[in-house]
Design a protein around this ligand. Sequence first.
Ligand SMILES: N[C@@H](CCC(=O)N[C@@H](CS)C(=O)NCC(=O)O)C(=O)O
Length: 262
Amino acid sequence: MASQSLPSNYHKVESPEDLQAKLSAALDKVSVLYFRTDWAEPCKTMDGVMLELAKRYEDVLFLSVEAEALPDISESFEVDAVPYFILLRGHTLLTRLSGAQPSVLSAALKSHASKPSALSASSQQPLAAKTIYQPDEKASGAASASGTVAAGGQGDVEESDEELAARCDKLMKQSDVVLFMKGDRETPRCGFSQKIVGILDSQKIDYSTFDILQDEGVRQKLKEINEWPTFPQLIIKGEFVGGLDVVKEMEESGELQEMLQG
Ligand SMILES: N[C@@H](CCC(=O)N[C@@H](CS)C(=O)NCC(=O)O)C(=O)O
């Protein structure tokens, strides 16, 4: 969408300095940072939602950030998937939301945009020290991850470490080829996951997926079990194979197909 047609309170962030300047010029305002990418399907929905909200809340600053093109900003806000939303009042974190949930975003905005600034800000957390647009900000604890993590798959029942490990083992064996990724096959929520899905699909491989964004326990436990700190993680016949870079190399050398036939 051409920037001329954006509402006057909606801007595309160009750089960390640009973000700093925009937030600093609106210290008493609520801002919504919207982390997006062009390829992520849910962002298309949220592009429209953001525009509608910008028209409805003229006093709120709406800032869209290209999550992959501006990795310094994404990392400083600990954005681990798209779409992702951070609500701020000035430099104070109000809340964070992961995923395309128009009604949740709208409700969060309604709640925060209607509160007087002094009252609201006093009960909120300051941003994490990592935040790049305010390098001399005092360390004050990591930003809350509320809203980013879904239930652990076990309802309210507490899961022991052994039970979690057993559940991971079962998940790794749910089919011959299992991809642990961010999002799912139709709607990947991270560029690395999107690329590995592309490789597996192009090779016409039959595989199931598990969205680790929906299960923080599995997300952390798999890193430990497979001794691999990131996602995607590809499992073939119950054995950990690798992440995107490894799978890409294996595809190029023909090893991936060989492994599936063997
Ligand atoms: N080069 C890696 C890239 C994967 C990567 O860096 N993933 C990050 C960002 S999506 C990750 O999973 N971080 C840990 C986490 O989010 O829990 C690969 O080959 O798979």
